[in-house]
Design a binder for this molecule. Structure first.
Ligand SMILES: Cc1cc2nc3c(=O)[nH]c(=O)nc-3n(C[C@H](O)[C@H](O)[C@H](O)COP(=O)(O)OP(=O)(O)OC[C@H]3O[C@@H](n4cnc5c(N)ncnc54)[C@H](O)[C@@H]3O)c2cc1C
Length: 497
């Protein structure tokens, strides 16, 4: 019997397989397709996601297939005039890397799959479709069809995570309904590969806020460029993907002899969130649990935050014997967080998809008067879960500063609970607290390095407790507060690995 079976080998399934492989659990990945999904999808992820790849030991190979997005986003009107410029970001932001990256999803998925090959404890079966999921008290039974040999078989796992995408069988099995957050709009996604004689197109992203045809332009990586083009009433979807139409749509910037069409596909963007991500031994993650319109480039990011949240909890339950009630905090923490991103993406969609000329004029005037509050990147807190206290920092990711010896913080902390504290405060904690830290392999780091001291001074705090996913579990100003947070850590028997 496997510890965990993962249905689906997209970005969510492959990242979870890396994280669970690293934890030493026995894992089975089942994927119905023979090859990585080749059609155009995600092109952007954020700094927190790069930090998850770093945790999975894959930062360097991921960096090799993406580029930091430092140039920001320009909102231009129908005449091409820039109405609002959302600034770029620094090469090293709060997560110890850039805040934004651009990439080609199939290349990233290839890196993730290569990463999984490091682990003998992870078995991957491609062209194996899960056809039925039967939960029992002590395990879950999966019915599988080998799509090459046309053979049926069964396999057991203690927990099963459905990373099986928008049409999730796991979601149907759970009987989970999706709450609709309101946006359903078809867009044409058009990727080209520039030839040597192509003009210099901008590095920054452009939102063409033309009420007659809203469009987004993006420099992906290398010579790959993307236009996302809103379908208007009366558009014939078949005609829209015809080469002559595609070239006409991008004719202000590119001629047919300057680039090769890679792909043109029409997608309907949705905004949905599942209600009920776990029942017993079954769980949902990624697009199976939520779908986000891509205006903020956050669908896959949310998927990876899901599995980062879930991986350490599965490890605690399966390896350290922590009660599996811990798994209930997965949805309670993640659902409000992803909802905040979906709601902002829907609001942003309403703004850039304005097709009524009067509404568009009003928007343009607002842009020019400088009211960019909608474009603040959200940093929602996790919902209720493995968190202690009401300080607004609790439930937010901790920063990843560089330490005095040049290491990034997470490298020093490892993937476990961690306490970072001023030495004076550490001296006052109880023996019981020290006993819990030592028995459960908690990393202890005095806040001596300049980057950490600066954070503690800025916030007027004496200690911070971090979870293995680097979210802040609690903050303390006294040894007693640190004792109280430690007492509620779900780690009692967790051993270092
Ligand atoms: C046009 C577009 C642009 C986007 N841009 C961005 C962006 O810039 N940034 C961003 O973060 N996100 C973006 N996204 C969203 C992102 O692509 C998805 O959120 C991401 O792919 C979800 O990953 P996943 O692993 O959850 O699901 P998927 O990638 O859909 O993977 C699910 C896998 O499960 C397999 N599967 C399903 N059922 C079974 C079964 N019964 N048995 C075995 N295998 C099964 C499927 O074959 C598939 O491989 C975009 C999406 C689109 C469409």
């Amino acid at each position: 019997m496997f510890d965990v079976a993962i249905i689906g080998y997209g970005p969510a399934g492959a990242t979870l397989a890396n994280l669970l492989g690293q934890a030493g659990l026995s894992v089975l990945v089942l994927e119905k397709d023979a090859v990585i999904y080749p059609l155009p999808r995600a092109i952007h992820f954020d700094g927190e996601v790069m930090r998850i790849f770093q945790t999975a030991g894959l930062r360097a190979p991921v960096e090799a297939v993406c580029r930091p997005g430092l140039k920001g986003m320009h909102f231009v009107n129908a005449e091409g005039e820039a109405m609002l410029i959302r600034g770029g970001t620094a090469l090293r932001g709060p997560h110890g890397c850039a805040n934004n990256y651009y990439f080609h999803q199939p290349e990233l998925e290839q890196v993730l799959r290569q990463g999984v090959r490091r682990f003998d404890n992870v078995t991957v079966k491609l062209q194996h479709e899960v056809t039925h999921i039967t939960p029992a008290d002590e395990h879950v039974m999966l019915d599988i069809t080998d799509l090459v040999q046309h053979r049926k078989s069964q396999v057991q796992a203690r927990y099963v995570v459905g990373c099986d995408g928008a049409r999730s069988l796991m979601r149907k099995t759970l009987g989970t309904t999706m709450q609709d957050l309101g946006l359903h709009q078809p867009w044409l996604v058009f990727d080209v590969l520039l030839k040597a004689n192509a003009p210099t197109l901008p590095d920054h992203t452009v939102q063409h806020c033309d009420p007659e045809r809203p469009m987004t332009y993006c420099n992906v990586t290398g010579n790959r460029r993307r236009w996302e083009i809103m379908l208007m009433p009366g558009d014939d979807p078949t005609r829209m993907v015809a080469p002559e139409m595609l070239w006409q749509l991008v004719s202000p910037w590119l001629r047919p002899d300057q680039a090769e069409i890679e792909r043109a596909v029409i997608y309907t963007f949705h905004s949905l969130i599942a209600q009920g991500w776990r029942k017993g031994r079954l769980m949902l993650a990624g697009d199976a649990a939520h779908q986000t319109p891509p205006f903020l480039g956050q669908g896959m990011c949310a998927a990876l935050r899901d599995v980062s949240n879930l991986a350490w909890k599965l490890e605690a339950v399966l390896k350290a014997g922590v009660s599996d009630a811990l798994l209930d905090t997965y949805e309670s923490e993640r659902a409000p967080h992803v909802r905040a991103f979906i709601e902002l993406a829907v609001r942003l969609g309403d703004i850039i998809q304005a097709t009524d000329p009067a509404q568009a004029r009003e928007r343009d005037a607002r842009f020019k008067s400088g009211q960019p509050e909608i474009f603040e990147f959200p940093s929602p807190r996790l919902g209720p879960g493995v968190l202690s206290g009401n300080n607004p920092l609790v439930g937010q990711p901790f920063a990843q500063p560089e330490l005095d010896n040049g290491d990034l913080l997470d490298v020093r902390l490892g993937r476990r609970f961690a306490v970072i504290a001023r030495e004076a405060l550490l001296e006052g904690v109880s023996d019981e607290t020290r006993g819990i830290w030592s028995a459960s392999g908690v990393t202890l780091l005095p806040a001596c390095d300049a980057g950490l001291r600066e954070w503690f001074d800025q916030h007027g705090l004496g200690a911070v407790v971090l979870r293995p996913d680097r979210y802040i579990m609690g903050v303390a100003t006294s040894p007693g507060e640190l004792d109280a947070i430690t007492a509620s850590m779900p780690v009692a028997d967790l051993q270092p690995h």
